[in-house]
Design a protein around this ligand. Structure first.
Ligand code: PEP
Length: 255
């Protein structure tokens, strides 16, 4: 399938940034710059900003995402948020399996799979993160790692459900480090992931899937990455916190 027939999505991952007044100011600045984007536009904000974001973006082309959700529907899980709680608020997307969750909060491929299934069952679209560590790349096992992460994450999802999954290829060594994968490195792994999806589901499902790159994408390097055949947008950390930077990425993905 031609890249142009897939939806490119630029998703901001605000991480643990922005108080409510700061979030309000950023969203108000984003609304006019996002207005003419032809790509999908998503902002994944901290839980405390979800209500503000949902309210402010009503009637705009900006969709709101959370940065995690629990796999159980309710119960004794102190500090956690369920997928149903998110959909009830009007949240449409959720990031699952971000490397920071894997690195600092004990997230595993198995819990990523459980969260992904719960999110999809609740009606959320999932921005599913996969990516190798630097030492794994140096060991030449990037494809094995990313392939396994992808396969386990979507285990048990039907062909219908897989339509709600966006995969974000995020090499861990490139997240928040200022080191970006080269256009070719990013394209190679995104194409590999598409091949994994094709084997698990079908060519049509793989061709239709939005596969993003994430890892220090910024106004300077976005154009090269985003023109690659298998890269359909980006998951953006640092550069999503400034409206003028995010605007450049939206423009690059809208071409
Ligand atoms: C991210 O948080 O997913 C990310 C890619 O961060 P950064 O753009 O800051 O590397």
């Amino acid at each position: 399938m031609n890249k142009k027939l897939r939806q490119a999505i630029i998703a901001g991952n605000w991480k643990m940034n922005k108080t409510r007044p700061e979030a309000k100011a950023l969203i108000e600045a984003l609304i006019p710059v996002a207005k003419n984007a032809t790509c999908g536009v998503v902002i994944c904000v901290p839980f405390t900003n979800l209500e503000t974001a949902v309210e402010l973006t009503k009637g705009t082309n900006i969709k709101v995402g959370a940065q995690n959700c629990h796999f159980e529907k309710s119960g004794a899980f102190t500090g956690e948020i369920s997928a149903d709680m998110l959909t009830e608020m009007g949240v449409e997307y959720v990031v699952i399996g971000h490397s920071e969750r894997r690195q600092y909060f004990g997230e595993t491929d198995v819990t990523v799979n459980k969260r992904t299934k719960a999110a999809v069952a609740a009606g959320l679209k999932v921005l599913l993160c996969v990516g190798e560590l630097l030492e794994e790349r140096e060991q030449g096992i990037t494809e094995e790692i990313v392939g396994l992460q992808t396969k386990v994450a979507v285990m048990g999802l039907t062909a219908d459900e897989i339509k709600n999954i966006v995969i974000a290829y995020e090499p861990v060594w490139a997240i928040g480090t200022g080191k970006t994968a080269t256009d070719e490195q990013a394209e190679e792994v995104c194409a590999y992931i598409r091949g994994v999806v094709e084997k698990l589901y079908s060519k049509a499902d793989a061709d239709a899937m939005t596969i993003q790159y994430g890892g220090s994408m910024n106004p300077k390097n976005a154009a090269g990455l985003l023109t690659k055949e298998n890269i359909d947008g980006g998951l953006i950390g640092g550069a999503s916190l400034k409206a003028e930077d995010f605007a450049v990425l939206l423009e690059a993905a809208s071409k």
